[in-house]
Design a protein around this ligand. Structure first.
Ligand code: NAG
Length: 368
């Protein structure tokens, strides 16, 4: 009679308590609380579970204690020890509890069972966006986790390559499996081009959980970022001076994705060049002027003007040549004037007498 009354009471309490969040056996202060070994269990959904309970330490009749459970079997060892055994756990949120009812005082202890299920699928993607990203644009990455329990033990981490971006958690006390998406907002940068984005969902179940904890990784998403051409120089105007006859080389090379295209407007011709580096093998004065390079892709266009000055060799060489020529002419004039003068002097004074006088002296010298 007493036994069936207790069974009825327990059943009533079970139905009542399992629906009530406020009640917790473990917080219920009692003189002789039953004790579970182990005190907590972490079990993967569908796996076996096993625990023992010492119903009352002071000793009590076998009809005043039991384990209330929603699945599995309970065996009594004839004294105060009970074992609870489940071959395949399938209950997410109905923890068994062990109780005694001595002298009209109801004492119970809940076995804290964490039934977990690693995510069935984890996938990453951009929210309402496909295709390449635009530099400077705001995008949201979404990491979608399917069928995971319990959600509060899940840690989702976003990665860019090997770099951790943002670990996130969703602390809700829901024990049945849920689908949950996690979001990360980012601004597309040039250096994201070619990087892999992915996310990882880890069930951190504490010391009683499996080691290492279950981890499910998403696929890898390779980002393509479109960015505008960037010129090496920040100035949009540069001055270049070249000597005549030398090579003129103007470098307009810029980086961009997609690969930028080039258009040169030349000062001496209506032709247009599409090279990144514009070259004139041997410059002359006609090559002087403004060279405008426009470099563009689908993101933007940049312009740079090269102001080219050609230093003429003629002027440089002409001055020394003119000076030298002048000096040479001056010398020639001086020499010819002096020569002419001497010549005039000689023809005027010469006569045969002088010659003979000179000669006779000459002959006389050795005779002395
Ligand atoms: C032009 O400039 C780019 C970037 O600075 C450089 O990589 C490239 O070698 C240069 N080209 C020439 C022909 O100088």
């Amino acid at each position: 009679m007493a036994s069936s009354f207790y069974a009825f009471l327990v059943l009533f309490l079970w139905n009542f308590l399992s629906d009530s969040q406020a009640f917790d056996c473990n917080k219920h202060v009692c003189e002789d609380n039953p004790e579970f070994t182990p005190s907590t269990l972490v079990v993967k959904y569908g796996d076996p579970a096993f625990a023992t309970c010492e119903a009352c330490k002071k000793g009590c009749r076998s009809d005043v204690f039991d384990i209330e459970k929603s699945e599995g079997i309970v065996l009594k060892d004839g004294e105060t020890k009970l074992t609870w055994n489940v071959t395949h756990i399938t209950q997410w949120d109905k923890d068994p509890y062990c109780f005694n009812n001595l002298n009209g005082t109801f004492c119970c202890t809940t076995l804290d069972v964490t039934v977990y299920q690693p995510p069935q699928e984890v996938s990453i993607g951009f929210v309402s966006h496909t295709g390449p990203l635009m530099e400077g644009g705001r995008y949201t990455l979404q990491c979608a986790v399917q069928d995971v329990a319990p959600i509060k033990n899940l840690v989702v981490t976003f990665y860019k390559g090997q770099m951790t971006l943002d670990p996130q958690q969703f602390l809700t006390d829901q024990r049945t499996p849920v689908n949950k998406s996690f979001f990360l907002s980012l601004t597309a940068k040039e250096e994201f081009n070619g990087e892999e984005f992915w996310c990882e969902a880890t069930l951190e179940l504490g010391p009683g959980g499996p080691k290492p904890p279950p981890v499910v990784k998403s696929q890898r998403l390779t980002a393509t970022v479109h960015y505008g051409p960037k010129l090496d120089t920040s100035a949009n105007q540069t001055s270049v001076t070249v000597n005549e006859g030398e090579t003129l080389q103007l470098n307009c090379s810029a980086v961009g994705n997609p690969e930028p295209s080039y258009t040169w407007i030349l000062p001496f011709s209506n032709n247009i060049s599409h090279e990144s580096v514009y070259m004139v093998k041997s410059v002359s004065s006609e090559h002087e002027g403004n060279y405008i390079c426009s470099v563009s892709n689908i993101v933007r266009e940049e312009k740079i003007t090269f102001n080219v000055k050609v230093k003429s060799h003629k002027i440089n060489l002409l001055i020394p040549i003119l000076v030298s020529v002048a000096v040479v002419i001056l010398i020639i004039i001086t020499i010819s004037v002096v020569y002419q003068h001497l010549k005039n002097k000689r023809t005027g004074n010469y006569n045969l007498k002088d010659v003979f006088r000179f000669r006779s002296r000459h002959f006389l010298v050795p005779a002395e």
